[in-house]
Ligand binder design. Structure first.
Ligand SMILES: Cc1cc2nc3c(=O)[nH]c(=O)nc-3n(C[C@H](O)[C@H](O)[C@H](O)COP(=O)(O)O)c2cc1C
Length: 196
């Protein structure tokens, strides 16, 4: 039977810095996703999730998590249908907290639709997105698209993000594409064995 429950979209703030552009950008993504109407929206802040560097003795693909923080993270991610990673570009890649949060889990990411909202200087965070994509593919996530934000154009001022109309159109189109994927990926996830 087709699962028609609301599509649950998790928006993950990757930056954990005390003063960061990522939070206001992620709040815009969450507001737009709520206004879109196709999703129940959850904002997840990796700063609050507060995972240590991966300290599990087993490979995450075995699903045998031994620490409470890993089990809590797995339980948080599991109910999502789709994820948007809001990632900064650090040293021509994406940030370490995002990689660490991804590495903790396996089955909880598999066959979910994923979008990337990247941001940075001249390259608008695209080098972060390009490094993130093969990692998402390794986790069998299905990439639905990217939105790239150039901070040099000063869209974040005094902690507030002011998107251009083009960025808003680009995000809305990503949300539409995620929505298209979700029913198909739900069917696939329902048919999978619990782990590998
Ligand atoms: C460790 C570090 C490395 C950075 N490297 C780059 C970079 O390679 N390319 C770039 O465009 N911006 C780079 N920046 C600038 C960030 O894109 C900018 O500071 C952005 O606000 C970071 O996101 P956040 O404020 O949400 O942490 C770097 C910033 C930091 C903190």
């Amino acid at each position: 039977m087709t699962d028609t429950s609301p599509h649950h979209l998790q928006i993950i703030i990757g930056s954990t810095r005390p003063v960061r552009a990522g939070e206001t950008i992620a709040r815009w993504v969450a507001q737009r996703a709520t206004d879109h109407g196709g999703f129940s929206v959850e904002l997840i802040d990796l700063r609050d999730v507060d995972l240590p560097l991966l300290d599990e003795p087993h490979q995450p693909s075995q699903g045998n998590y031994t620490h409470d923080h890993s089990r809590r993270w797995a339980e948080r991610v599991a109910p999502g249908d789709a994820v948007i990673f809001v990632v900064p570009e650090y040293n021509h890649s994406y940030n370490a907290a995002t990689k660490n949060a991804l590495d903790y889990l396996y089955a909880e990411w598999r066959f979910k639709a994923v979008g990337i909202v990247c941001y940075g200087g001249g390259a608008r965070g695209t080098r972060a997105a390009q490094h993130l994509k093969p990692v998402l593919a390794a986790l069998k996530m299905v990439h639905a698209g990217d939105v790239a934000i150039g901070l040099a154009e000063a869209p974040v001022a005094e902690g507030v993000f002011s998107p251009t109309p083009m960025l808003t159109r680009s995000l809305d189109s990503l949300l539409d594409d995620i929505e298209r994927w979700v029913p198909h990926l739900r069917e696939i996830r329902a048919s999978l064995p619990a782990h590998r």
